[in-house]
Design a protein around this ligand. Sequence first.
Ligand SMILES: [Zn+2]
Length: 477
Amino acid sequence: MNATCVEERGCVCEYTEQSESLTLKAVRLAEGLEQSVKAIVVGADQNLGDLEMEVERQSREFQRAATQKAAQTKADLTPPVCPVCHKPLSQTSGGHERTFESRFGAIRIERKRGYCKRCKKWRFPADHALGLEETAGYSPRVQEMAALLASKMPVEEASAVMEHLTGVKMPRATMDREAKRQGERARRLREQMDEQACQGLAKAVQPEMVLEPYQMIIQMDAWNIRERDGWGQTERLRRVGQEPERWHWVYMGTCFRLNQRGKTAGGRAVISERGFVATRAGIDALRQQLHAEAMRRGLGQAAGVLVIADGAVWIWRLADDRFPQARQRLDYYHAVQHLAAVGRSLFGEDKDKLRDWLRPLVKQLKNQSAIKVIHQLEEILGTIPAGTARVEATKEINYLREHQDRMDYRTGSRRGEPIGSGAIESTCRQAQCRFKRPGQYWSQRGDEALLCLEMFWRNNRWYLLFPHNRHFDLSKN
Ligand SMILES: [Zn+2]
C-alpha cells in the first residue's frame, strides 16, 4: 500500500496497490536472501545445492505473488465475450473468485461471469484466456508437468518426483486423472491432425520440405500390455469363471527419411528426425496413424518407400494395403535367427559346428543373394533323415522361402539403407519399460491416452498441447 497515493488521489487503484506491493516484496526478498545465505556461505558442510534450495524456497512467495498479479490483470482485461461462440455475454457480474494451484503455489483471482444466450451457458471468459480448464484446479504449467511426469513413470512416483523437484503437491489420484485428461486431449488433437494429414493439409505441422529425392523408411512392431477392467469385482468375475486381466497388443510404427540418417563420431547410424506412432486400438488404428504420420514426414514427396519389419503376417498385410508402392524388407537379424534355427536342427547343441556352418551362409545372405542361400538349405534338407529335426528345418526353410523377395540385403547395404528394424525394436523396448512394470495393469482408455501423450513428446510436438513451452526442442536435447 502506498500512503502518498491515498493522500493525493483519495483512492487506491488495484493495479498501483498490487504493483507497489510487488516492488516491496522484491526488496524484502532481496534483503531476506542476503541475510539467510550468509549462514550457508560460511557453513563448511553446505554447498551450492543449499544455496539453490534456499533461494528457491524464499523466492517462491514472490513468484507466486507476481504470477497472481499478472493473472488478475489478464482476467480484468478479458472482454465479456463467449469464448466458444464469440457473442457478447449478458447479465455480466464481477468478483467471482477462483483459486487454483500454479507452479509457485495457490493463486486466487476474481473474474467476470456472463450468460451466453446462444450457447445457453454461464461463461467465465477469463478462465479461457488464462488456460484454466473448467473443472481442474491447476494452471497450464502444472497440467503440463502432471502430463509429462505421469507419461514417463507410474503416478505414485510421478507425484513424489513433482513435489521433490518443484514443490508442487498433487495427490496421486488427481495426477492420474489429470494425466488421462491431458492424454484424451492429445488423442483428440491427434485425430484432427491425422485427418488433415490424410487430406494433404499437414504443412502447418512440418513446414520445411527438403526437395532432394529421398527414400522413406517405415518400420513396425508390436508388444503386449497387461490390462484389466472390473476393478473391485475380481471375486464376482472369478465366480463366473472370468479373469479381470487380459493381454493386449500395443502396435508401434516409426518412419523417417533416409537423408535424415547421419552418423555419430563412432560411425553408428543415427536418425535425427523420426516420426512415431503407438496405439493399442488395433491394427486398423495403426494403419491410419502410421499413414498420417508418414504423410506429415513427407511420404507424398518420397522417391521411394521401404518397409522393414520382422516376419509377422499382419505387418506385411498392412504394408500391402496402406503402402502398396513400398519395397519390403525382412529384418536381417530375424532372417539370421531363422537360418540359425535350420543349423540347430542339423547340429543340435554342438555350438562349434553350428558356428562354422552358419558363418559362410550369413555372409552370403548379407553380401550375395538370399535365393542362393535357400537353395543350399534345400539341398541340405534332403540329407536330414525323417523326424523332428527334418520337420523343424522344413518349417524354417519355408519361412525363409516365403520372405525371399524381402531379403535383398546386398542392394540395401549398397544404397546405405538400413537392413534391420532395430529402430522400431528399440522404441518398443523403451515403451515397455514404462508400460510393462511388474504388477502394473492398464485400462484400455488409460493406455491409449498415455501412449498418445508419449508420442506427442517423442514426435517433438509437445508444444502443440502446451504452447506455453513452445521453445523447448526435443531434437536439440
Ligand atoms: Zn456462446
